[in-house]
Design a protein around this ligand. Sequence first.
Ligand code: SF4
Length: 404
Amino acid sequence: MNQRVNIESLELLLNDKALSSDHKAIIKKVIADERLTPEEGVFLFEQGSLAYVGALADFIRRRKNGDNTYFNRNFHIEPTNLCVYDCKFCSYSRLIKQRSDQDAWEYTMEDMMNIVRKYDGQDVTEVHIVGGVLPQYDLPFYTELFKKIKAHRPELHVKALTPVEYHYIFKKAKVSYEEGMRLIKESGCDSLPGGGAEIFHPEIRKQISADKCNAEQWLQIHQIWHELGMRSNATMLYGHIEKWEHRIDHLEQLRQLQDKTKGFQTFIPLKFRNQDNQMSHVAESTTVEDLRNYAISRIYLDNFDHIKTYWPMIGRTTAQMALAFGVDDLDGTIDDTTKIYSMAGSEEQNPALSTQQLVELIRRVGRRPIERDTLYNVVQDYSDVEFAEDKEFRGYISLPVVNN
Ligand code: SF4
């Protein structure tokens, strides 16, 4: 489908007598590439059907990225799942007093370097490092780790730690955010992942993660990092106790910082999962709601180039559907080096997809598979790449997963 056909689908909507003038005013703004107001953002959540927001998001996605659908080859290091904080939604962490639990771990520097060495000779382009917050993983520890990784494999992109960790380790080291981020950059960290953002609004943040860095600190650390000429991502944990207004407030704060710095690459909505945490009584969002959230994020964040889903979190079939609702990035040919998703009850308990499988998954919904590096440089365009027949693989055209 080309851009012309895509516009025609919006023009058809404009002629739909059943659609209100408010819906039509938003369609006209989207066609004209005009920014939506926060009120219009809330309106989309309140009154935008899945088909309506999907049509708008797909139009914007095609205008920005065509059919390109990105993925990369990465592996994860999670230094520990022990944490000084106690976020209510967290299924992953254990308190320090649970140190002896069999599912708690604390990697040494050598353990982590062994993980890096395990990928020697493999085509990975990125190591993603994030985990719990503990005193022994301090500023000297992490700067040494980054230096060692770079000494061992200089071309490997180090994407590491969120403002939650940075706020803690800078405070402990008694350095300012500016000084701390400069040291982190000099030691070899190349970019920041988007975690720790949760929901910025204090009304919600104080209920779900009261003790870690607040919204201003999260945004400030990213701003300082961007001002050093570096890039980062942003997330939002949605689908728990927040209201539509809180989601739009979150997106609005990201949009405003992006106007200033242009340092964010990708926005990643993270679905709240209720397995084995202090919010297990809160129902999870439905697949329809997940798709609407991707779409509205795509529509609202007009200054973000990419919207990403972590396919292990929502499952590969929903990830495929998300490609029609504004998403243009499926993250990586991830293997089971991350436990963050599976411990929260994600769809994929042992996430692993080969390049061939991921490429096939993208092709089957008519999109163009592009392997990228962390900074969205094209590593390989897989549009015309033929793979040897995979006898095990039967494609991913399956019925939608029903989230219950
Ligand atoms: S979400 Fe992060 S900061 Fe919060 S308890 Fe879990 S690991 Fe710790």
